[in-house]
Write a new protein. Sequence first.
Length: 379
Amino acid sequence: MSDKILYSYTGIFDTPDEIIHAAEKTSEYGFKKYDVHTPYPLHGMNKAMKLPPSKLGYVALVVGLSGALAALLLMFWMSAVDYPIIIGGKPFFSFPAYVPVMFEVTVLSASIATVLTMLFIFFKLPNNAHPLHDTDYMKKVSSNKYGISIQAEDEKFNEEQVKIFLTGLGAKEITAVYYDNDEINHKHKILEPKFIGFLLFTALLTSGVSYFVLNKLLYMPPFDWMMEQDKLNPQATSTVFADGFGMREPVEGTISRGHLPYLFKGQPEAAEINLANPLPFTKPVLEMGQKKFDTFCSPCHGYHGEGDSRLRGQFPNPPSLHSEKIRNWKDGRIFHVITDGQNVIPSYSSQMTTEERWAVVNYIRVLQRALNAKESDLK
Ligand code: HEC
C-alpha cells in the first residue's frame, strides 16, 4: 500500500560496543526521537544516549509521601479522635507506633504508583500496539542482536540522509518500519471483545474450579479430614455418658506429676512435729535462702526479719521473726507458715519450690542467731 505512514528506520548491529558507539553518534548528530533495543540492559547506554534522569522518581516521591500522610491521618483519626483507647499507657497520638505502618504504606503506594504510571502513562495502556511489534527487527533485538530505530517524527529526519547515516555507522539490514492500519485508527487490540471474553472466561473458569476443588471436592470421600472425625467435643453435650457431659473428670484423688499435695494443710502443730528440715547449713543453701527471703519476705518482714515493713499502710505490719516464740518454733512450723500461710499471710508455695522454702527457713535461723548471739558465738 502506498498510503503507508513511515514510523522509523531501523538498523541492526552485532556487538554491544557497536551499538553504544552508534547511540553516541546518533545523539551527537542531534536526533531526539530515536530508541535503542538490546536483548539485555547495557551499561553506559543512558550516557551514550544522553538520556535525562527518569521522571518516575517524582511520581514515587509524591505518591509515597501522600501515602505516608494518609496513613498518619488514618491512625491519628482512629486512635486519637474516633476511638481513643489507652494502650500500654501510651498517649492517644503515639507517633513511634505509627512509623512502621507509615513506612509500609509509603513503600506500597510508591511502588504501585510507579508500576501503574509506567503501564498507563509511559506505555499508554490499554494501547498495546507499537509499529515495531511483529517486525523482523524486534525478533532479532530480543534475541542476539542490537538495534537502533530513528523515528520519522524527528525534526532532523530525512529519509535519504538517515539511510546514509545508518550505513555510515556500520548498521546492517537498514529497514523502513511503517505504522499498522490499526495503530493509525487507534484501535486497541487489547480491548477486542474476543480478548476480553477470553479474560472473563479464564477468570470464571479458574475461580470456579478452585472453589469446587477447595470447598467441595476435598470434602468428598475418600478425602479425610481430622476435623471431620467421630469424636466427643469436651465443651459439647454428649449422649454417651450418663451425666451428659463430653468432658471426663480425672479419677478421684488424681494428682498431677511432680505436685504432691501438702499433707498438713491447716495443721501447724502436726507440721511442726512431723516435718524435718532436709537442708544443711551450707553456703549455697543460705545464699539461695537469702535471695528468696529478700525477694518474697523482706517487703513486709524487713531485710533482717524485724518486721520493719516497707509496705507501711498497705498491709498489716508482721511481728518480728526474732520473738521468743518463733525462735522456739521447730523448722517445720516456720516451713508450714510459708507453705500454708497464717491468718492474713497467704501461702508462698506457688512462688517457691519446696527446697527454696526450706532454704528460707535456714536463712531465718541465721538471722535469728545473728541478732541474739550467745557469748559462745563470739568466741
Ligand atoms: C505481705 C506482707 C508479708 C510478706 C511478703 C510475708 N509475710 Fe510473713 N507475716 C506477715 C504478717 C502480717 C504476719 C502476721 C500474720 C498473723 O496475723 O498471724 C506474718 C507472719 C509470719 C510468720 C509468723 C510470725 C508469728 O509471730 O506468728 C512467719 C514465720 C512469717 N510470717 C514468715 C514469712 C516468710 C518466711 C515470708 C517470705 C516467704 C513472709 N513471711 C512473707 C506479712 C508478710
